[in-house]
Design a binder for this molecule. Structure first.
Ligand code: ZN
Length: 439
């Protein structure tokens, strides 16, 4: 009971203080840098410039260290290029020898084809020879049969016929002898012709065999020539290998030196990257000092009103790192209770989004596009009273505050995006620079 009373009086005191505070300060409309902030920014810029100077010194040292290897690198590269030229010459020589070897191979192929053709011819002639030999044997056999027939027909000599036969028989005998003689002559002719043919073919075969021998010796010559070229080629390949080995050693040296130089370059690059970041930071600070990034709005009113149109408002969580990430806006509440409180558009604009969403975290939320790169977000609403595409004016109610989505207790999460970046709404909202913050 006692603690409850204390809590209540604490709350009332806070409310009272807030009201006094807000009443006294709500007339300030635009955010401006204080002298202390300007001094702080200036100091940071000086620090960053000093760091950049240090970095530049380091880079110069590293470049100096790397440049000591310049002569080594170019000497090694020169050597390698000379050896590369030598290797090219060997390669050209080897290519020429290969051409010669290919020519010889082609010649060997054509001679081998010739020899194969001759072997075919010899085969055919052998077949012809066999046939002729067979004919000859047959003719001899026929001849033998005829001679045997003439003996077996009776008297075999003319004298016998003269002594034993009559005129008629003798005449017949003479005719038969003549016939036999003619047959024998014919057979003899045939046999002689066959023998001549056989001899002709044998001569042909011999001639072809001679040609074959000549061709075989040609192949032997070509093989020897090829061997000579192959020996020459091997000499070139061996010589090239010597140069290649020498080059590999030099390349290994160059790799070692380059590893050192690249190490310096990498380190130097890290300093250069650091300088870039610091220069960006300086630019940002200078812009801040020139108040370039500070948005004062446009039009006659020139500012944005507070999204909860009440005098008893405060900020429960600022735009800052929270729970390991940037809290991309402010949480704002009413001392007299936030649930169901009206939420208004801070500036004229068009409704872009009016729904449940943003991964569910925002609950019911509204996005208003004010043009000129200015967009505002209103999240955790209990109710939405506008729809996408609708035009709204500054101060127009767009819904009611609530506790939907990822929220613990009713509050309005308000986000302000300028040119695609979240910015601190306290620097832009009417009264933002002086409003009470409880976190
Ligand atoms: Zn929030």
């Amino acid at each position: 009971m006692l603690s409850k009373t204390i809590n209540k009086s604490k709350k009332l005191l806070a409310l009272f203080l807030a009201l006094v505070f807000i009443a006294g300060t709500f007339t300030i409309s635009a955010y401006a840098l204080t002298d202390a902030e300007k001094q702080e920014y200036q100091k940071k810029i000086e620090e960053l410039k000093a760091q950049i100077e240090e970095n530049n010194k380091k880079i110069a040292e590293l470049d100096e260290a790397a440049s000591q290897y310049d002569d080594d690198v170019s000497a090694l590269q020169d050597k390698i290029s000379v050896l590369d030229d030598q290797i090219d010459l060997y390669n050209q020589e080897i290519a020429l020898i290969d051409e010669d070897i290919n020519k010889i191979d082609a010649q060997i192929d054509s001679v081998e084809t010739e020899i194969n053709n001759l072997n075919e011819q010899i085969k055919e002639l052998d077949i012809q020879l066999d046939e002729l030999e067979a004919q000859k044997t047959e003719t001899y056999e026929l001849l033998g049969e005829r001679i045997r027939a003439s003996y077996m027909s009776g008297a075999s000599t003319p004298l016998e016929y003269l002594l034993t036969s009559d005129n008629f028989e003798f005449q017949a005998y003479l005719e038969r002898v003549e016939l036999l003689q003619r047959i024998a002559e014919h057979d003899d002719k045939v046999v002689k012709q066959l023998e001549k043919n056989i001899e002709d073919i044998a001569v042909k075969v011999t001639e072809i065999e001679d040609v074959k021998v000549r061709l075989a010796s040609k192949i032997t010559e070509l093989d020897e020539a090829k061997k000579e070229y192959e020996v020459k080629k091997q000499e070139q390949v061996d010589a090239r290998k010597v140069v290649e080995d020498a080059e590999a050693l030099i390349q290994a040296d160059l790799d070692k030196v380059m590893a050192i130089v690249n190490g310096y370059d990498r380190e130097s690059q890290q300093y250069k990257d650091a300088i870039d970041k610091r220069e960006d930071a300086i630019l940002e600070l200078e812009n801040k000092l020139a108040e370039k990034n500070i948005y004062y709005g446009s039009g006659s009113t020139g500012d944005m009103c507070w999204p909860l149109p009440y005098s008893d408002v405060y900020v429960s969580s600022r735009f800052k790192w929270r729970w390991g990430k940037q809290h991309n806006g402010i949480d704002t509440c009413r001392w007299s209770g936030t649930h169901g409180a009206d939420v208004v558009s801070v500036k004229d604009g068009t409704i872009d989004v009016a729904s449940w969403g943003y991964g569910g975290g925002y609950g019911n939320y509204v996005v208003v596009n004010h043009g000129e790169g200015v967009v505002t977000y209103y999240a955790h609403l209990s109710n939405i009273t506008v729809s996408p595409g609708q035009r709204v004016q500054k101060g127009q109610v767009i819904g009611q505050a609530g506790n939907t989505g990822y929220s613990f207790g009713a509050h309005l999460h308000f986000g302000l995006m300028i040119n695609g970046s979240w910015v601190d709404p306290l620097k832009y909202l009417d009264g933002g620079s002086t409003i009470q913050c409880t976190d």
